[in-house]
Write a protein that binds this ligand. Structure first.
Ligand code: 6LW
Length: 540
């Protein structure tokens, strides 16, 4: 088989906890999505490297109630499996449903409502034995023993068909989790993650003659870990799933992070990586080169790898929203409208995007590389607001772009009106930073009348751009034919997972938002703010 080169990560940006299955020549992948809607993105590939988004298992808000889901809560660690003509996704909704199963006859959806499974823990996965028996595996405490738990279930109803039994404690690393069961040459292989999802992360392997154990550890555990690979640009590798490509090769997908240079910080989230799996004569296997992988890889891919797409503008195929857009906790059609005729995103003024619950007028897409930019033109009602000095209703009005980790960590550039202001007071441009519980406008400038391109509609336009490298997010603007001007900048370190005040599992997304409450003359338009020319580009 021909060895072909490819680059990791294969699904860049915040796409953690990958799980993969194969049906004929087609591979399907699903990843965690936490509080973001639509959630549980499902991807398709024929070469294991280029993954196209094809559906979301959480695509109707009614499937899960995320209204109260905090940052990095919601949907954790799905597994995708195909059995007897149906696709199954198991997942934990840590904000409500718990462990559950969604089904579809096609990976393109629609996906079913979740059926709950009365087994505790997180990271549920399904294994179908040769006779069709469905095993359900989680990391769970059984009778006071932590580790990996197993039961037999009905995968359609979710009903347990056996007691839940503890089957493995791992090798002694913290948080034994992400269990996956496989059968190779008549033996049951249990692969799990240990060490926590941070810099001690690893994958360990066990096998047994029965799914219930007893399990023998692989002599070369861990089979994947970068915990001692100090200078590797990829860290935190673990949470793997294995697929056989139908041509005699095993492959692993797993999560890893690309750190900022010289420091154990990452802002792009946990990403999906791919590696060949090496099997020894005794049937044990390891991932990569003795458990180590890199950015530049090679292996007997089922097809040649194509370069990743680095330029994005939202697409409107058949009136569908571009699959890259996502929203926090759900989609509020009274706050966000996608105009499929001119590719604009229209927003009403919604709640402050630092509010820890509820929905926003905020449309996001992931940052997928260090060197990139995200830009859009905002049109806003420069002339149709009221000067209501008594109500003070114009305070807190903002419309612009954000580099958004979560409600507690984001840098924004925007047009704004703050405090009680009259009709003739200028709009201002601002850059604000929200870190932990601190929020401040760190730069601002009046937007001169002469630069406002006010059309007959009373709308004015400003272009915004966020440029990113490994050290900075740089916030720029232009209006009325001027060139790009920097208004402010923020360290990438401020939007890194390691610096958040609670466990967090996501990464930076770029977005367009509108917040506050503008006091209009007469009736307020449904979506007073419009973003056009949204674009994301990566550079070398
Ligand atoms: C997930 C766990 C993990 O449930 O992180 O890296 C947790 N592994 O398996 C959230 O993604």
């Amino acid at each position: 088989m021909k060895t072909l080169p490819y680059r990791n990560p294969v699904v860049p940006g915040f796409h953690p906890d990958p799980s993969v299955c194969r049906v004929g020549p087609d591979f399907y992948l699903v990843v965690s999505s936490f509080e973001f809607f639509p959630g549980l993105p499902v991807f398709h590939s024929t070469n294991l490297v280029n993954w196209e988004p094809i559906s979301f298992a959480w695509h109707r808000e009614s499937q899960f109630d995320m209204a109260g889901a905090g940052a990095s809560r919601g949907l954790f660690a799905p597994t995708i499996r195909f059995h007897a003509g149906e696709f199954f996704i198991t997942v934990t909704d840590v904000s409500g449903t718990g462990n559950c199963i969604l089904r579809s006859g096609t990976p393109y959806g629609p996906w079913s409502d979740p059926v709950p499974v009365a087994q505790g823990g997180i990271d549920p996965s399904l294994f179908f034995d040769d006779d069709g028996t469905a095993f359900f595996c989680t990391n769970a405490e059984v009778d006071g023993t932590t580790g990996i738990a197993l039961s037999v279930i009905n995968p359609v109803t979710g009903a347990l068909r056996s007691p839940v039994r503890h089957i493995c404690a791992g090798t002694g690393g913290r948080w034994p989790e992400a269990p996956h069961l496989y059968k190779f040459d008549g033996l049951y292989y249990l692969m799990l993650a240990e060490g926590g999802t941070e810099y001690g992360h690893m994958e360990t392997l066990f096998r047994s003659e029965s799914p219930w154990g007893p399990y023998t550890p692989c002599p070369t555990n861990p089979v994947l870990s970068h915990r001692d690979a100090v200078s590797n640009p990829v860290q935190c590798t673990g949470h793997a799933d294995i697929v056989d490509d139908g041509a005699g090769n095993l492959w692993a997908v797993f999560l890893g992070v690309r750190t900022l240079p010289g420091v154990l910080l990452h802002n792009l989230g946990r990403e999906t990586f791919l590696s060949p799996v090496v099997q020894d004569a005794a049937g044990w296997f390891s991932i990569g080169n003795g458990g180590i992988v890199g950015l530049e890889m090679e292996g007997p891919l089922p097809g040649e790898a194509r370069p990743h797409t680095r330029d994005w503008k939202p697409s409107y195929i058949e009136g569908k929203r571009d699959p890259h857009w996502c929203f926090v906790r759900g989609f509020d059609a009274s706050l966000i409208h996608f105009d499929c005729t001119d590719a604009a995103v229209r927003l009403a003024f919604g709640p402050d995007i630092s509010t820890p619950s509820g929905l926003y007028a905020l449309a996001l897409r992931r940052q997928e590389g260090f060197l990139c930019e995200f830009s859009a033109r905002v049109e806003f009602p420069a002339r149709i607001y009221a000067a209501d000095e008594n109500s003070g209703k114009n305070s807190g009005v903002r419309a612009g772009l954000t580099a958004y980790y979560n409600d507690s960590y984001h840098y924004d550039i925007f047009v704004y009106r703050d405090g009680v202001c009259g009709t003739n007071d200028p709009w201002r441009l601002g850059v604000s930073k929200r870190i932990h519980d601190m929020e401040a406008v760190v730069a601002s400038v009046d937007l001169p009348e002469s630069l406002l391109q006010v059309g007959g509609s009373g709308l004015a336009a400003v272009d915004f751009r966020i440029r990113s490298d490994t050290e900075w997010y740089v916030f720029e603007w232009k209006a009325g034919g001027t060139g790009w001007a920097e208004l402010g900048r923020g360290k990438t370190a401020g939007l890194c997972t390691e610096g958040t005040y609670h466990m967090s599992f996501t990464g930076v997304l770029f977005g367009v938002f509108a917040s506050g409450s503008l006091n209009f003359f007469g009736s307020e338009p449904d979506y007073p703010v419009s973003f056009s020319d949204c674009a994301y580009t990566e550079r070398d």
